[in-house]
Design a protein. Structure first.
Length: 330
């Protein structure tokens, strides 16, 4: 049977269309793990198609462009960092880039963490340079815009798990964390703070010291009581974490020279609260600060990695320190 020329052309075109359609719904490359692809900002559709084809997540740039044109999305493709599933097809990739559902990075800011520790986490995640995060956290313009009445954003970054996307600026990320603090504290906590004569900065400052000193959750109210008792008597707080913060030693053992550092954060040399928080206190530490235990303790010393010994008199405290030092491995 003789096939007419026009019918042959139709069959060829149909066959080519079927092959093209099959390619669009077939994964571009066999992968078992997701692949992260970053589309730079301010790129046109042609450049985006080439970038995706070069990364091996679409079958070809022309096919991606053609599909985008058919769907009318050539002018609404979003830049950003995308996580491409192992079996994603060209159709899937286009839908993802059309939606702008960029990859989210999980960032954990735990209780007692500092701005410097957060900065290192963000740098390790590739979200920002550590130096830029610290600079933003101390920038007076940012602090004023965020409503932070303190020398830095230290302590105002609520401990929590956050989802950040690449391209967010340090002020944007820090601002989100400050806003989380505002929403979690609420008017009831602030009313209790005012009843105790504490401003927000003072509350966070004292709570941050409690947070860094406490080993177990059940000790927070006892440690808060020690500091409240010292403040009421005009005694210096003598809290090691404040000196660690002052000399930049974070969680390392202090030396005698460190304890003599001339810094308003050195609570061995200066009575009262330091100028601002030294870390991010969690809600438990804030609650303990507002509701300290009804005890007369003025001293405490770490017995081991899990608990402290509390004392009312200096003589009792010295005996406890001697016992602790004698029990330490040499």
């Amino acid at each position: 049977m003789r096939v007419r020329p026009w019918l042959a052309l139709v069959l060829v075109v149909a066959g080519a269309g079927a092959v093209e359609a099959w390619r669009l719904v077939t994964p571009a490359s066999p992968r078992r793990e997701p692949l992260t692809v970053e589309i730079p900002a301010n790129q046109g559709a042609i450049a985006i198609a080439g970038h995706l084809a070069g990364a091996g997540v679409v079958t070809s740039a022309p096919e991606f462009l053609l599909l985008s044109a058919v769907r009318g999305s050539v002018r609404r493709l979003h830049a950003g960092e995308y996580e491409i599933a192992p079996q994603a097809t060209t159709v899937d990739v286009l839908a993802l880039v059309e939606s702008g559902r960029v990859k989210q990075h999980v960032v954990l800011h735990p209780e007692g963490a500092t701005l410097a520790e957060l900065a290192r986490v963000l740098e390790a995640s590739g979200l920002a340079r550590a130096a830029d995060v610290i600079a933003a956290g101390r920038d007076p313009l940012f602090l004023r815009a965020a409503g932070v009445d303190a020398p830095s954003v230290e302590g105002y970054l609520f401990p929590d798990t956050y989802l950040f996307v690449r391209g967010m600026s340090p002020p944007q990320m820090l601002g989100r964390m400050v806003h989380r603090l505002e929403t979690r504290l609420g008017p009831e906590i602030m009313a209790r703070a005012r009843q105790r004569g504490l401003s927000l900065r003072q509350l966070l400052t004292l709570a941050s010291i409690v947070e860094r000193e406490a080993v177990g959750r059940d000790e927070r109210r006892l440690i808060a009581a020690v500091f409240w008792n010292r403040l009421e008597r005009g005694m210096p707080l003598q809290a090691d974490p404040t000196v660690q913060y002052a000399v930049g030693r974070e969680r390392r053992t202090l030396t005698r020279v460190d304890l003599e550092a001339d810094s308003p954060y050195n609570t061995y040399r200066y009575s009262g609260l330091p100028p601002g928080p030294i870390a991010s206190p969690g809600l438990d530490a804030i609650e303990a600060t507002l509701d300290p235990a009804a005890v007369g303790y003025l001293y405490f010393v770490a017995v081991d990695d899990h608990r402290h010994h509390f004392s009312t008199t200096l003589e009792e405290h010295r005996r406890a320190v001697a016992r602790y030092r004698a029990s330490r491995p040499r």
